[in-house]
Write a protein that binds this ligand. Structure first.
Ligand code: GFB
Length: 316
């Protein structure tokens, strides 16, 4: 489905890492009828509020980027929040999208929906073929339910609701809180602060041996708009870059980008989580999409945005 710049397009979660990148990308592409609401204005966990919003605003296209997200520690500590919030958000938005005749909806999941020990790289058909990673199973179950919601509304009502499964993401607008964030922003902040404060050590959680794939959020946003324009299938589509890096090597790359040559100390009391979750992106590439940023270029871009943001805070 080609949608034109005048299409009424709801970007749910527009202030998050993914939603803010989607908003930037859609605005750059000239989309001028973008609908957004902060979580204070519209709590997507509240079914009546979501119904009222769809009734009043009648979006034609929905990017469902709103979610309760976090790194391995946050998922481990707040399982009820992660499963409840994500189930309520997706059920309310997908149901209202059907009731109000939304032409197309893109639901965003995560690469953690795949079994902990599935063959790598992960293909979409690996879904539900084995046990999940315990540290984020509640979140993964919620995201799998989101995929099943889209497939069920497609089967029963003919809705053109599609699903994208992003790999680990990073970029401008990320969460840098050291308890709730993901590894890349956490290490970027730790290494930056070590440099600024003259510290000689930075603690890296776990053994440093797990491998992770990282996609810059501006590439993810472009991939989402590409899917919305070119994909109408029922199966989820992996959204990644097709290569991964060991956490210890990510830390060393961040040291090089930031310019800090201290010692990395590995805290094995922290969980490693999934040993690896590299996505097979053949379907995405077959649709004609290719990412732009390699990891080093993406890290430099992200660190610049981080420093500018710090500068803004200092300026205030
Ligand atoms: O990014 P992360 O928190 O989440 O952790 P996951 C990735 C790896 O980095 C783990 C290690 O092995 C962590 O132990 N790590 C090292 C660190 N130092 C740090 C640090 O300072 N902070 C953090 N956070 N990690 C998430 C899922 O899993 O992936 C979410 O829990 C979501 O639900 C997300 O799916 C994409 O990649 O392990």
């Amino acid at each position: 489905m080609e949608f034109n710049p005048a299409t009424r397009c709801f970007v749910a979660g527009h202030r998050g890492l993914v939603g803010s990148a989607l908003l930037r990308h859609l605005q750059d592409q000239g989309y001028n009828h973008l609908l957004v609401r902060t979580s204070g204005e519209l709590d997507l966990r509240n079914q009546a509020a979501v119904e009222a919003f769809f009734e009043a605003e009648r979006p034609e296209v929905v990017f469902l980027a709103a979610a309760k997200v976090g790194g391995i520690a946050a998922n481990n500590e707040y399982p009820a929040d992660f499963i409840y919030d994500n189930l309520m958000i997706e059920a309310n938005v997908i149901h209202a999208a059907w009731r109000h005749g939304v032409k197309k909806l893109l639901f965003l999941g995560s690469s953690c929906i795949y079994p902990k020990f599935a063959d790598q790289p992960l293909v979409e058909s690996a879904l539900l073929t084995g046990a999940l990673e315990p540290t984020n199973e509640p979140y993964a179950i919620a995201k799998i339910a989101g995929i099943k919601l889209c497939q069920s509304y497609r089967r029963q009502y003919g809705c053109n609701f599609i699903s994208g499964m992003p790999t680990n993401l990073y970029g401008p607008g990320d969460n840098y809180d050291l308890q709730s964030s993901h590894v890349l922003p956490a290490l970027l902040r730790k290494v930056h602060e070590a440099k600024v404060n003259g510290q000689r050590q930075v603690v890296v959680w776990g053994t440093g041996t797990p491998r992770r794939e990282f996609m810059h959020v501006d590439d993810l946003a472009a991939a989402c708009v590409h899917l919305m324009a070119h994909y109408d299938g029922a199966e989820p589509v992996n959204l990644g870059v097709g290569e991964d890096v060991a956490i210890k090597d990510l830390a060393r790359l961040i040291q090089a980008v930031v310019g800090w040559d201290g010692e990395l100390v590995f805290d094995a009391s922290k969980p490693d989580g999934t040993p690896r979750k590299l996505l097979d992106c053949s379907v995405l590439h077959g649709l004609g999409f290719k990412h732009h940023y390699d990891l080093e270029a993406g890290l430099r871009h992200t660190y610049e945005a981080y420093l500018q943001n710090l500068g803004e805070v200092v300026a205030v």
